[in-house]
Design a protein around this ligand. Structure first.
Ligand SMILES: Nc1nc2c(ncn2[C@@H]2O[C@H](COP(=O)(O)OP(=O)(O)OP(=O)(O)O)[C@@H](O)[C@H]2O)c(=O)[nH]1
Length: 491
């Protein structure tokens, strides 16, 4: 994602990339492979999933050349805590004598779209991928699910020197299955640590584990992420096994905000202060430099009766960037950074996380209560249980129970206020949420009731949503999760 701290490095002109000219932009002709788009911005999101320390961050580093572990605590503990992002361009060589997989490779996001090799051939850009690096630790499952919300495909990392499956191997696979993710590539990592017979035995174990799941017919690539062995096979499969995701360029823009920053250094002079920056992923539509924008819910608070109030924030786009590539327009897909005129104190320290950005008056309504049809998983995932032991069973949801609710990039607390016989739960949220309403929504809008947030009933599709429920089982902390059936209509 565009890291505002790197903003000074953003090249505006003559950066060797395709030119984006707003005066010639015809949005109806854009595709995720248009040269002026993929030259600068990733248009496909690929997640890395799997058990803790199986090599997710290492494989992203091998593919992109960038380190996704960026936070101090993460560096100290050597585990991923927040979602990490890194972009990579995937190239194919045009020399016919070069056999697969050596004719595929990846370079960083700033690389020009045609790179000459030493033998008279050229590496030509095929895909521009944004890697979403998920944490593998069980207590960070909610973060992993936020990442799964934007994935078009996933790399499932399985360490060759451990038995399969480990708890988060099955938990992550189940999560992406529920998100309806179909394109999964399995990476049997750390193969340089094991003998061939051991690798073969684990291959059979993996085949048995994925039988009947979304990864049933997924390719299994033996890999060493540290030695970069078989990385070019991953590049090839990303081009040949994962279709270009369909994107809606024509609708009014809708971006979920995943990070936000104040990019000013302490003590900066007033006339040099820069406006707030929001990072996120556009779900549909195109945002352009100069656009008027609105952020919802925006500034939220409570009135004298304790009711939640909100005031959407309005501003203008001053700059757009994808990692270090400057953009004139941004499309659905990889993460972008949006420079605005918003007071930077409003965007400091991820304050806008969970909000959405779009054109003024064009975003969905804001809600503090949701009604959702859910289904429970039959057994707890992520814990080792003996046989048919009750510890693995998921208990029913109860009135008054507190859940964690993920809607887009928002992770909010939610209290169940009622549960119907038809597994429809009414949930009051701790945070207001602006989310997509489809079907016959019956919530009244914020404009109609400016002092109060509405109580709405709606189907959250296509906004991904899930609940996390924390349970103590024999002293072991377990996590299970629940999702609404996407096809269900609202009341
Ligand atoms: N020998 C060997 N070690 C590897 C390989 N890939 C990763 N590792 C090591 O495994 C450890 C964990 O790697 P990470 O990439 O941080 O694992 P992760 O899955 O991202 O970890 P979390 O995000 O914390 O779940 C590190 O010490 C890596 O150097 C590999 O191919 N071979």
């Amino acid at each position: 994602m565009a890291d505002p701290e790197d903003n000074d490095d953003v090249d505006d002109a003559d950066d060797g990339l395709a030119v984006q000219d707003l005066s010639k932009l015809d949005v109806s002709k854009l595709t995720p492979l248009s040269p002026e788009v993929i030259s600068r911005q990733a248009t496909m999101n690929v997640g890395t999933i799997g058990h803790v320390a199986h090599g997710k961050s290492t494989v992203v580093r091998a593919l992109s050349g960038s380190n996704t572990i960026r936070f101090k605590q993460e560096k100290e503990r050597n585990i991923t805590i927040k979602l990490g992002y890194a972009n990579a361009k995937i190239f194919k060589n045009d020399r016919e004598d070069l056999e697969r997989p050596a004719n595929y490779t990846s370079f960083g996001s700033k690389t020009p779209d045609v790179v000459p090799d030493d033998e008279g051939g050229n590496w030509r850009l095929q895909r521009h991928v944004s890697f979403v690096d998920c944490p593998g630790h069980d207590i960070l499952m909610a973060t992993m699910l936020n990442g799964a919300a934007v994935m078009d495909a996933a790399l499932l990392l399985i360490a060759g020197n451990e038995s399969c499956p480990q708890p988060q191997t099955s938990e992550h696979l189940a999560a992406v299955e529920i998100m309806r993710l179909k394109h999964i590539i399995i990476l049997q990592n750390k193969v340089e640590l094991i003998k061939e017979a051991q690798a073969q035995a684990q291959y059979e174990e993996i085949k048995k584990f994925v039988a009947g799941t979304a990864a049933d017919s997924s390719p299994i690539i033996p890999l060493s992420a540290v030695l970069k062995y078989n990385i070019e096979v991953v590049c090839e499969y990303l081009c040949t096994q994962v279709p270009i995701p369909p994107r809606d360029f024509l609708s009014s823009p809708y971006m979920i905000i995943i990070r936000s920053f104040d990019v000013n250094k302490p003590g900066e002079e007033v006339d040099k202060l820069k406006g707030g920056v929001c990072g996120g992923s556009i779900i549909k539509g195109v945002l352009k430099v100069g656009d008027e924008i609105e952020i919802r819910p925006g500034t939220t608070g409570k009135d004298e009766n304790g009711n939640t109030t909100c005031k959407p924030i309005r501003s203008r786009i001053l700059s757009l960037a994808a990692e270090q590539n400057s953009l004139q327009f941004a499309v659905p897909g990889g993460l972008i950074g949006v420079g605005t005129k918003i007071d930077p104190t409003e965007t400091r320290g991820d304050r806008m996380l969970g909000h959405v950005m779009g054109h003024p008056g064009k975003l969905p309504d804001i809600y503090v209560e949701i009604e959702v049809k859910y289904y429970l998983l039959r057994r707890l995932l992520g814990v080792k249980t003996e046989g048919d032991s009750k510890a693995g069973k998921v208990s029913k949801l109860k009135k008054g129970e507190i859940l964690m609710v993920n809607i887009g990039s928002l992770a909010a607390g939610g209290r169940i206020v009622s549960i119907g016989d038809d597994d429809v739960g009414k949930i009051v949220l701790t945070n207001a949420v602006c989310t997509q309403e489809t079907g016959m929504g019956s919530g009244s809008s914020c404009e109609e009731m400016p002092d109060f947030l509405p109580r709405g009933h709606f189907n959250l599709s296509p906004s991904p949503l899930c609940f996390l429920k924390e349970e103590e089982e024999d002293g072991e902390r377990a996590t299970s999760f629940f999702l609404p059936r996407r096809e269900l209509q609202c009341k």
